[in-house]
Design a binder for this molecule. Structure first.
Ligand code: SAM
Length: 248
């Protein structure tokens, strides 16, 4: 049977694609793409003429069966999304799940993802982090989710679009507090790449004052809540209680 190769593509700069990704896209029988109109120029740029089929949120349920059947018949297939890594706030979950359920091999060709690219330049604690994807479009639901995260001690990472960047930052400031450290990474690897850092109140002011800072694609990262001295002590005692039985 064939293999499903999950292939990352650039998040901006078109040269951010690895040799193995290019070779895989050239070699497979078909490429399942989130938007064929988006992927075709990339393939043209790479000189690849592998056939494309559309696989997006609206047809994934029905298209997956046919693709899994093709793999059973021996076809290798590549899965790509419009940008970055498939399945990361992008389609592909149902296909990967169905291929694995059918006992077929699913193999990654890793590459760019905005979440990791942003975290790698943020200068926020990165040993532990939570990826929250997109917040809700409506302020009520967005604030409700942010409130649930108010006690989170790990660095939090959000995807955001130009339509809502300012509102989202304002909601974050209101829920997490004006002094909470955050970083806004915009248009990474593209011409107008900017990375702003500072307390949420400052970031709101800077983004509000400059319409250019509201254009493009964004990753927002917010430092986790600092644990208090009491909490650190309680955590230390809790861990000690677990370990002490095992100590000699
Ligand atoms: N699959 C992609 C990945 O691996 O990052 C994410 C796809 S998601 C539909 C698109 C969102 O990712 C954008 O709204 C933005 O939040 C983020 N994003 C993608 N490219 C970016 C870039 N070059 N700079 C900043 N954020 C980006």
């Amino acid at each position: 049977p064939g293999t499903l190769h999950v292939v990352a593509t650039p998040i901006g700069h078109r040269d951010d694609i690895g040799a193995r990704a290019i070779e895989t896209l050239r070699r497979v029988k078909v490429i399942a793409a989130e938007d064929t109109r988006h992927t075709r120029p990339l393939l043209q740029h790479l000189g690849i003429d592998t056939p494309l089929v559309a696989l997006h949120d609206h047809n994934e349920r029905t298209a997956v069966d046919g693709l899994v059947e093709r793999m059973r018949g021996g076809d290798d297939i590549a899965l790509v999304s419009d940008a970055g890594t498939p399945l990361i706030s992008d389609p592909g979950f149902r296909f990967v799940r169905a291929a694995r359920a059918a006992g077929l091999k699913v193999s990654p060709v890793p590459g760019p993802s905005a979440v990791v690219a942003a975290l790698s330049v943020a200068g926020l604690p990165s040993d532990r982090f939570v990826f929250e994807g997109f917040l809700a479009a409506k302020s009520g639901a967005r604030r409700a989710r942010l409130s649930e995260l108010a006690g989170e001690t790990r660095t939090m990472i959000f995807y955001e679009s130009s339509h809502r960047i300012l509102e989202s930052l304002q909601d974050m400031r209101d829920v997490f507090g004006p002094g909470r450290e955050a970083v806004v990474a915009r248009e990474l690897t593209k011409m107008f790449e900017t990375v702003l850092d500072g307390p949420l109140a400052d970031l709101v002011d800077r983004v509000a004052a400059d319409p250019n800072q509201q254009r493009g694609e964004f990753v927002v990262m917010v430092a986790g809540r600092e644990a208090s001295e009491d909490e650190r002590l309680a955590e230390g005692l809790r861990v000690f209680a677990i370990l002490k039985d095992e100590l000699p």
